[in-house]
Ligand binder design. Structure first.
Ligand code: EPZ
Length: 443
């Protein structure tokens, strides 16, 4: 698929199931290395980043194959502890294989990780955690060479609650002798999901979801089966699209508790939101209103990954929304293509102010990164005319079948060029529907 074509302004309606979380699957695939046996990841999404992680596992000597929707990893024997730069550069999460390899083999040589171009993305906190556990590092010709005569449990204090550094420390600490305490750990739901998988393997890990994670290393591990949590950022994408276009959609297999700051912003914009234990329904009938000031920060605050998505929705809102991006220095790559589509956005450092009254129009635009590309899909769905989104490999790194999924919600969206007059994903007239569940915030 080279590009996506979208014909905008139809309201969205219908019910879809949300894919499992990319940012859970990736650390869990690295964690499969810890056990000399088999792991089954059920409902594993087909994504560019998952394929990159699977290719790293195959390169290391693991057998990786699909059985229906499941991904099976047999890590009984490894043939190398080296991951070359070409494989490492395919995603950011490749750096998590460093902690897992050190735990499994006591040594690892890896290139530097890739990932979305969001500004500098150092790995100093990852390396600090691994050094604290007793690994020695040498850097040579673009490769990191790590070796240990035995990892030992320690107290690791992270200066910032980095998601990846917390995960790398958890992976390495499962093989460290004694107790490791990770203080100022990231608290994202994906960290809790990694803990759940490690516990299923037989590891002694507690505290994920709080700022202190405790790992008693050295336990013997066994085969595990795991289904990851729903992807909260993918859920936010479909909710923001429905807010932008109007209509009513229901997301199945999703957890509203992981979406609170996003649901609060959309509710402030005038959307009605209902939730049950595993569904979220959003209805937007009245004109959308601005969401005020939105500041990104580590979980449980507003997620940086949802900033481009909410910004695209707020292009249709009455009034001004201000975004303050505190996590990444270059996370406004979607602003130039949105402006090309008619958006009124002022940028000043980490602050972006959106005036949502401009009429959006279709154009040819390029996805700048994963979530920036998703923001362009949302804007295109709400824009008059036809938009062609190119460089969609960025989008496919994190979204499984976005064309089919938006099509199921009644969007006019195609792979490749628009087929004249053909309405893929027939637009349904908006009907008054009764949604199940409690009004958000749930009481
Ligand atoms: C994870 O990246 C996610 N990726 C990102 O999602 C997400 O944007 C990010 O967390 C923040 O929520 C995966 O889980 C695979 P961090 P990660 O380490 O682990 C600085 C998406 O769209 N930092 O918490 O790389 C860093 O520069 C992606 O799905 C250091 O300074 O994020 C950044 O400013 C994009 N030194 C901040 O911390 C370090 O050693 C947050 O990074 C590590 C990080």
């Amino acid at each position: 698929m080279s590009h996506i074509t979208i014909c905008g302004t139809s309201p969205l309606s219908g019910e879809i199931s949300v894919q499992r979380a990319k940012n859970s699957v990736l650390p869990i695939l690295a964690a499969t290395l810890l056990h000399r046996g088999s792991s089954r990841i059920t409902h594993c999404p087909r994504l560019g980043d998952v394929e990159a992680a699977a290719d790293i596992l195959r390169h290391l000597g693991c057998k990786v194959h699909r059985e229906g929707q499941d991904l099976l990893v047999d890590a009984a024997s490894l043939t190398t502890q080296t991951i070359p730069p070409a494989l490492m550069g395919r995603c950011r999460a490749s750096i998590l294989f460093l902690g897992a390899l050190l735990a499994r083999c006591g040594e690892a040589s890896v290139g530097f990780p890739g990932g979305c171009p969001l500004g500098p993305r150092p790995i100093d906190l990852h390396l600090h955690a691994l050094r604290t556990l007793g690994a020695e590092c040498r850097q040579q010709e673009g490769m990191l060479h790590y070796r240990t005569t035995g990892l030992r449990g320690q107290e690791i204090t992270l200066p910032f609650p980095s998601v990846g550094a917390t995960e790398n420390a958890m992976l390495a600490a499962t093989a460290a002798e004694g107790i490791t305490l990770i203080s100022n750990a990231a608290r994202e739901p994906e960290i809790v999901d990694l803990q759940d998988f490690l516990q299923k393997l037989g590891a002694d890990v507690r505290g994920a979801g709080t700022s202190v994670i405790c790992i008693r290393g050295g336990r013997s591990l066994h085969d595990a089966v795991h289904c990851c949590i729903a992807d909260r950022i993918v859920a936010a994408t479909y909710l923001c699209a429905a807010a932008a276009c109007g209509g009513q959609i229901t997301l199945r297999n999703t957890d509203y508790r992981h979406l609170c700051p996003i649901l609060t912003a959309l509710q402030q914009g005038g959307c009605t939101i209902r939730s049950t234990e595993d569904t979220v329904t959003l209805c937007r009938e009245a004109p959308l209103r601005a969401a005020g000031t939105v500041r990104t920060a580590p979980y449980p605050a507003f997620p940086t990954d949802a900033q481009p998505l909410l910004m695209a929705a707020m292009l249709r809102a009455e009034g001004e929304t201000t975004f303050i991006e505190t996590m990444f220095t270059h996370r406004y790559g979607h602003v130039p293509p949105l402006r090309k589509m008619g958006a009124d956005i002022r940028l000043a450092g980490c602050r972006a102010t959106v005036r949502g009254t401009a009429t959006l129009h279709g154009d040819i635009v390029h996805a700048p990164d994963l979530r920036g590309g998703a923001a362009l899909m949302i804007a295109a769905l709400a824009a008059e005319g036809t938009t062609e989104i190119r460089d969609i490999h960025h989008i496919l790194r994190g979204y499984e079948n976005p064309v089919e999924t938006f099509g199921a919600l009644g969007a006019c969206i195609y792979e490749g060029n628009c087929k004249g007059g053909d309405t893929h994903g027939t637009t349904q007239p908006l009907q008054s529907q009764t949604a199940a569940g409690r009004l958000f915030p749930a009481v």
